[in-house]
Design a protein around this ligand. Structure first.
Ligand SMILES: [Zn+2]
Length: 260
């Protein structure tokens, strides 16, 4: 059904593949002409403990805007109750952003890359009951052997076409808003930070989302278009007790409870 996907997969690795080598690909946007964007938020934790930016989270949950979190394994460990609660919502995907968020994975040999991905995948599986299917390299740094190793584990590597720039303190809400509006195109994968390192993201995000809606965009999960779809049909026996789309208060309540 999504056979057109490959045509939209950009290769960032460079043109100098050895003859016969398998070209590994980074996904930079969703293969569609639909007027949709996928909101993604990195939850990076390397050493110092971090937690969810509640301003961002509250807004997304209140509005039930679909979003994908790329969480490092350490962030998952530090925020296990929140991650578990979010994973119960059918408009949220939790994906893999390495174990300890090394910014130099472009200098890692494949075995070290695999270790980072495997350990984080395990932490996410334990917290959510679902194996992640997308991986994002910290700071977007990778080499072609590492990329191939991650793909051989069954992951699709998902980056972005252009970055919001929100981890810079100097990027005001106005600048984040203006950059987004100047660059956005159908199928874009927007990248922001939800670990407190998007200094003005909470202020900019409602404006960004409301303007995109006014321009006719819808928000989707990456998994709506690529890979395994998020399970939307909940089993009959648990549907009544699990939060789901259309049940705003329980979606929000479950996170608020987890935050205590
Ligand atoms: Zn990160």
């Amino acid at each position: 059904m999504w056979g057109g996907r490959l045509a939209f997969v950009a290769c960032l690795v460079g043109a100098n593949f050895a003859a016969g080598a398998v070209a590994a690909d980074v996904i930079t946007h969703i293969p569609t002409n639909d007027r949709v964007v996928a909101l993604t938020f990195d939850a990076c934790e390397a050493g110092e403990k971090m937690s969810f930016d509640r301003t961002i989270l509250d807004y997304l949950l209140e509005r039930e805007i679909p979003f994908t979190v790329f969480a490092s394994g350490r962030f998952v460990e530090s925020n296990e109750a929140d991650i578990e609660a979010l994973s119960g919502l059918d408009f949220v995907d939790i994906e893999n952003h390495s174990w300890s968020h090394p910014n130099t994975m472009d200098r890692y040999d494949p075995a070290r890359v695999v270790h980072q991905v495997e350990r984080a995948g395990q932490a996410i599986l334990e917290a959510t009951g679902r194996m992640p299917q997308f991986f994002r390299f910290p700071a977007g740094n990778y080499n072609k052997e590492g990329l191939s190793a991650v793909e051989a584990m069954g992951y699709k590597v998902v980056h972005w076409r252009w970055a919001s720039g929100d981890p810079a303190r100097s990027e005001s809400a106005d600048r984040l808003f203006n950059r987004t509006m100047a660059n956005v195109a159908p199928g874009d994968i927007l990248i922001f930070h939800i670990n407190g390192r998007g200094y003005h993201t909470g202020e900019a995000l409602p404006r960004v989302i409301e303007q995109l809606e006014a321009d006719g965009y819808r928000f989707v999960l990456i998994s709506d278009y690529i890979g395994r779809p998020h399970p939307r049909e909940l089993p009959q026996t648990t549907a009544s007790v699990r939060p789901k789309r259309g049940n705003r208060l329980s979606a929000r309540g479950v996170i608020m409870q987890a935050a205590k």
